[in-house]
Design a protein around this ligand. Structure first.
Ligand code: PGA
Length: 249
């Protein structure tokens, strides 16, 4: 449906020293990467500049987080302005590790999204339910609650947003959602979003899946109508990531 360009992000999390980054850059620059897919990698903040300078221009670079202000007394944090100053155009916000390890709530993720967009960054906004929430049949309630906090802050900037559905139980666990499980959530989210925003937004928004995506499962996931790409953690550190980028024919 629609002509949504496939999008694959590689979230390096807190991994990679310069020699490791050099190896990743080498296989990313060598590709070949499908031209019909948007590709973005996300190094740790301290290496944004280093990675941006070494990666080919067709590979986007995202920060893994940022704060909701341009500058000031916020020790340890970085601003959208700094991300842009390093030549990067994307930021991941609301990743489940930010929410669950660092205690970020919907309100803060929403405020960060609003500020990053106001500065011209594009945002990979992450949502997803925990295992106990899925088992209690609360998956849609949770992802709708998280997305509602985003809608209020995105306004008419949907063109600069990619929504990443990442069930927490599938992240880093080796337990991927089946293509049908992911498709079901993506399809329901899109239908719900049409009511909350517009048909145009819902049909053009890329909803990507994250959680133990690898070279073996990516093709089946990519075939699903409402799966518009991936956010990849562990597998984005290995040369197999190129296969994942090229999952969609
Ligand atoms: P994973 O992580 O691919 O290692 O499960 C995905 C993510 O956290 O974005």
């Amino acid at each position: 449906m629609g002509d949504r360009k496939f999008f694959v992000g590689g979230n390096w999390k807190m991994n990679g020293l310069k020699p490791d980054i050099d190896e990743i850059v080498a296989f990313m620059n060598a590709g070949p990467l499908n031209e019909n897919t948007d590709v973005v990698v996300s190094p740790p903040a301290i290496y944004l500049d280093y990675a941006r300078q070494k990666l080919n221009a067709n590979i986007g670079v995202a920060a893994q987080n940022c704060y909701k202000a341009g500058k000031g007394a916020f020790t340890g944090d970085i601003s959208p302005e700094m991300i842009k100053d390093c030549g990067c155009e994307w930021v991941i916000l609301g990743h489940s590790e930010r929410r669950n390890v660092f205690g970020e709530n919907d309100e803060l993720v929403g405020a960060k999204t609003k500020y990053a967009l106001s500065q011209g960054l594009s945002v990979i906004a992450c949502i997803g339910e925990k295992l106990e929430e899925r088992e209690a049949d609360q998956t849609m309630d949770v992802v709708q609650r998280q997305t509602t906090a985003l809608i209020e802050n995105i306004g008419d900037n949907w063109g600069k947003v990619v929504l990443a559905y990442e069930p927490v139980w599938a992240i880093g666990t080796g337990k991927t959602a089946t293509p049908d499980q992911a498709q079901e959530v993506h399809q329901k989210l899109r239908a719900w979003l049409a009511g909350k925003t517009s048909d145009t937004v819902a049909q053009s928004l890329r909803i990507i899946y994250g959680g133990s995506v690898n070279a073996g499962n990516c093709k089946d996931l990519a075939q699903k109508e409402d799966i518009d790409g991936f956010l990849v953690g562990g597998a984005s550190l290995k040369p197999d990531f190129v296969k994942i980028v090229n999952a969609k024919e």
